[in-house]
Every structure is written in C-alpha cells, then in structure tokens.
Design a protein around this ligand. Structure first.
Ligand code: PMV
Length: 334
C-alpha cells in the first residue's frame, strides 16, 4: 500500500477549487510515552501506541496558496534548498493533494521552535500543512482522517492535530486506517513544560534511520513494547487522577528506556551531550531537595522538564535559561 493510494482513498472526489490563501497553526507535541519503531516505513505505522501533550503556542504556522509560477517553499523567511531532505518530504506531502501534475504551491512555514533539534518540529509542520491543505481545497475531513494524512508526513504529526493530552492508537490494519490520534479527556492547568536547550544544532541522525537501526540491532528493543504497554496504563491513570508523581516518573522512565534501546543498538546511537547529562543530574538534585521536577527527551540532546507551577521557582533557579510553557493555559489555547 502506498501513501498516494491511502491519500487518494481519503481525499477521493472531495477536492474543490482552491481558495485564495490559508493560514493555519498547529502545536508541537512532546511524548510522555514515546513512539519509537515502525511496523511499516512507507505509511509511518508504529510498533506501539504513544501518548503526548501538545505545546500550546509553540509550534508552526503555515501559509499556503495554490497557483504559483514555481514551487515556493520557505522556512522561517528563507527559501528552503530544493535538495534538502525537508524540501523532499514537504514536496512529497504536497504531491498527495496536488490537483494536477503542473500545479505549484506557495508554502511559507514559520516555526517558533528550533528546527530539527529534537523539539518535534516536523510534527507541527506536517500537522499544520495537512490542516492547511484540507482548508485550501475545502475537504472538510474529520479529525481521524486529518490525523492519518498528517501521519503520512511524519509519524508524530498525527498527534499534533489535537490539543492537550493525545493518544496515538497503534492500530492493526495494514492500510493504517485505524492508526490515528485522539484527544484524551483531562486538563492540567498547573502542568508546566520547561524547554532546556542544550544545543539548537540540527541532530546528527534523523529519527527515521535511528528507529530502523534500533529495531534491527538492539537486543533491548524486544522489551520496548511491554514497557510502553505498562507506561500507557500508568500515564492514563495519572492523567485521570491528577497524580503528578506518577505522570513525571513514568514519563522520565519511558524516555530513558527509549534512549537505552538506542544506546544498545549497533553502531550505538547516543543523542546526549555532556550538558544533557549535567541537566539530568540537576533534575535529580532538585528531586533530592524535595522539588518534583522530571524530564523527558526525544531524538536530540535537549531536555523537556515536567513540573507543576508550585515547583516553577526552584526549576527556574536551577535552569535560568529554561523556556517555560503552560500547555493548558487559556492564553496558549489559540
Ligand atoms: O515522528 P518522528 O519521525 O519525528 O519521530 C518522533 C520520535 C520521538 O520524538 C523520539 C518520539 C515521539 O513519540 O515523539
């Protein structure tokens, strides 16, 4: 099954003439239980379910129109080099919706998070682009269909279609029509996510080849699905009951388990820099001192701290550069 066939099946005859220009925002998301490993590389079908929280106002705004002279793709004000991997992926996503082979898009992408630094920017880019294409062509797709199409661009993008806590269902179907994300009930107004930027440089290895290498060579990967199954139960319970300790401990353990599978692959994959480890030690020292601060990490060297408002002062004191996001604050729910 190809991506083109799936997109065709979803979009079908719904496409109308494009409107002038659309502007759409989608939030980045941070997984509390990670997606690591694919059962289908073409369709970005995962080995396990995963669970994330959206980052409120941090993410991507996409401006999109059709009928351009030539494809014009810009990221944060600069033309994107046609030979860059992101350009190729964006064009492939546009191709899924392109009305005719000769039609060209003008796509301007504005991120307020650093690109490719393990801050899930591809998730918000492909979620915003999918929503923009839906609006541009008047498709009026339901959230599950939008989530499936976003997943074809980047796996974790299927979660950025929603706000708040989101679960991406693993699904069992070969065509992936049951592998999409849905929002979970539960708001957590006091929850804070602190971005600790260790390095804004693009990561050495993208998540796609890193997942492949882990799945093929890590002995520890065998235990990953069981880890995820248990962590999903614990996280959903923690969200339902507002039990922060359970949430923080589970998220931190899940992230470390994911990194353990990477470190034990061959050749080894280590995204951590010395400053990442220093920041982990600082987080553990905060907990020793009685402040409930936890961390999670993705395919990069940066940490995302998890804490509640009551621990904001000690967290900021330990990490003066931390960028604090309130995912459930009213001002963030654009
Ligand atoms: O969707 P991708 O290919 O960018 O992979 C995301 C993988 C992690 O960020 C490490 C985990 C996750 O669930 O977001």
């Amino acid at each position: 099954m190809t991506r083109k066939e799936i997109a065709q099946r979803i979009i079908g005859a719904r496409r109308r003439a494009s409107t002038e220009e659309v502007r759409v925002f989608a939030p980045a998301n941070i997984a509390l239980c990670k997606y690591w490993g694919k059962r289908d590389e073409e369709l970005n079908l995962p080995v396990t379910s995963s669970l994330s929280v959206s980052l409120g106002h941090k993410g991507t705004e996409v401006q999109l129109s059709a009928g351009a002279q030539s494809e014009d793709i810009r990221v944060d004000g600069r033309p994107l080099a046609p030979e860059s991997p992101l350009h190729t992926r964006l064009r492939a996503h546009l191709d899924l919706f392109r009305p005719a082979q000769e039609s060209r898009f003008r796509l301007h992408i504005a991120n307020n998070i650093p690109l490719g630094a393990g801050l899930a920017s591809s998730a918000s880019i492909f979620a915003a682009l999918t929503r923009a294409l839906d609006r541009l062509f008047g498709l009026e797709l339901d959230p599950a269909a939008l989530s499936i199409l976003a997943r074809l661009g980047s796996g974790s993008a299927c979660r950025s279609i929603h706000r708040g806590f989101v679960e991406w269902h693993v699904g069992v179907a070969d065509d992936g029509m049951d592998s999409f994300a849905e929002p979970l009930a539960g708001e957590w107004p006091d929850l804070r996510i602190g971005i600790v930027m260790v390095s804004a440089a693009a990561k050495a290895m993208g998540s796609r080849p890193a997942m492949r290498q882990t799945q093929r060579t890590s002995k520890l990967y065998e235990s990953w699905p069981l880890q995820v199954a248990n962590d999903l139960i614990a996280l959903k319970e923690a969200i339902r009951e507002g039990h922060f300790t359970r949430l923080g401990e589970t998220a931190e353990r899940n992230a470390l388990a994911m990194h353990a599978t990477m470190i034990s692959s061959w050749p080894p994959i280590l995204y951590w820099l010395p400053a990442s480890v220093e920041s982990m030690n600082k987080t553990w020292a905060l907990r020793e001192a009685g402040h409930e601060v936890y961390f999670t990490m993705d395919a990069g060297p940066n940490l995302k701290l998890l804490f509640e408002e009551r621990s904001a002062a000690p967290a900021k004191e330990a990490f003066p550069e931390v960028d604090v996001i309130a995912p459930f604050a009213a001002a963030d729910s654009r």
